[in-house]
Design a protein around this ligand. Sequence first.
Ligand SMILES: Cc1cc2nc3c(=O)[nH]c(=O)nc-3n(C[C@H](O)[C@H](O)[C@H](O)COP(=O)(O)OP(=O)(O)OC[C@H]3O[C@@H](n4cnc5c(N)ncnc54)[C@H](O)[C@@H]3O)c2cc1C
Length: 373
Amino acid sequence: MNDIIILGAGIAGCGLAYNLSRRIGSKRIKIIDPLDRKKGLHNLRGTFHEVIREYNLPYEHIFKGVCFGDHRKKYLVVNEKLFIIDYNKICNYLLSRSNIKLIKEKALSLENNSLITDKKKYKYQYIIDCTGMAFFARRLLKLPLPKIYMYGNRRVIIGKIEPDEYVNFLSEPDGYVEEFYTLNNKILQGDWGISQKVDLSKITPRPYSFYHRIEDRKIASKEFVMYPISPVMPLKYRNIAFLGDAFGNATPSTGEGIRPILDSSKILARAIELENLDYYQNQWKQRYLDSYLKNLITKLDLKNRVSILKVLQKNTDNFIQMIKCQGNGKSKLLIRKLPKRMLFKYAFIYGWLYTIYSLSEYKHKINELLIYT
Ligand SMILES: Cc1cc2nc3c(=O)[nH]c(=O)nc-3n(C[C@H](O)[C@H](O)[C@H](O)COP(=O)(O)OP(=O)(O)OC[C@H]3O[C@@H](n4cnc5c(N)ncnc54)[C@H](O)[C@@H]3O)c2cc1C
């Protein structure tokens, strides 16, 4: 039997290597990545306690929770601990626990069930594309790419500010979101936008931004970043499956990637064990698609973000479930509280999104059938 080849050693590739090795052992699994990861504070990410507990992951800091609001007021304080992790560290940790050695090569093309890298050729049973924003196999196969992206300018700043035990996200009606938290005497600040088109003017600090309130401000480093927050079908095509940013796995609600990618990697590991990649796509859709689409609506209607936060202000119980894209907490809550005019609009957008997703999936199912016949 040929190998299962994972392309990409980010959280998707390493998480899958870990979960898959638990199911089928590590002998037949290969993971390939030329690997050139950034180092330092730009590598920090936040995740929730269930991920840390399940995988026993190392972490750098724990915040009391997350605050949401606009630049005038914080409307929502979510007291759910947020663990700050070093992305490289957790990827390496999961990979080392899978007992699979990383092959430092770059995938170049696919030909008759063989992968060609810059050094070698490998026969495979399955390719799992975890190449993130490189979209390696999706581009080769001319499959659609995710449509909506979070893009931002993130800075590590040295300066004077009151230490805060929360991570803050302040949104404005034009879609501008400012993120900031303090850690080890440094401030991590980011200006974010959400869109189908990158518009750099939308991610520069505003006159009212927190950024301007930092005294004796000195920017230690900054980076431009971008990743998808809308899933795209299909999740499998013939004997190739997609995981992580490679299909837009991060939640449209907050752009949280690590937890949903690790969860999806468990479904995919089971599908590979069953030798049935359709199982992966079907289970993923059953578990996530509805809540992802509902959250996506709020990203297509950015100017009402703050009004939605105000509606949710007194109803934090379901809010955590909602931002994690778990269950229907948000939709039920919103249906009860939103003005009728907004509800009609959202119902329409939901129907439209659902149709687009269903059509694109059927289109690729037909393509697959045509290729095999
Ligand atoms: C600045 C920023 C902040 C974020 N903050 C958070 C957060 O706080 N919490 C959270 O949960 N999520 C956060 N996210 C989202 C989350 O980090 C991503 O969704 C997640 O890391 C994606 O992982 P991945 O494995 O799919 O992709 P990546 O981590 O991008 O890994 C892709 C890998 O594929 C490799 N590759 C590419 N092309 C090839 C090729 N041809 N051959 C072989 N290998 C290849 C690359 O070298 C890379 O190592 C953030 C994202 C960004 C950018």
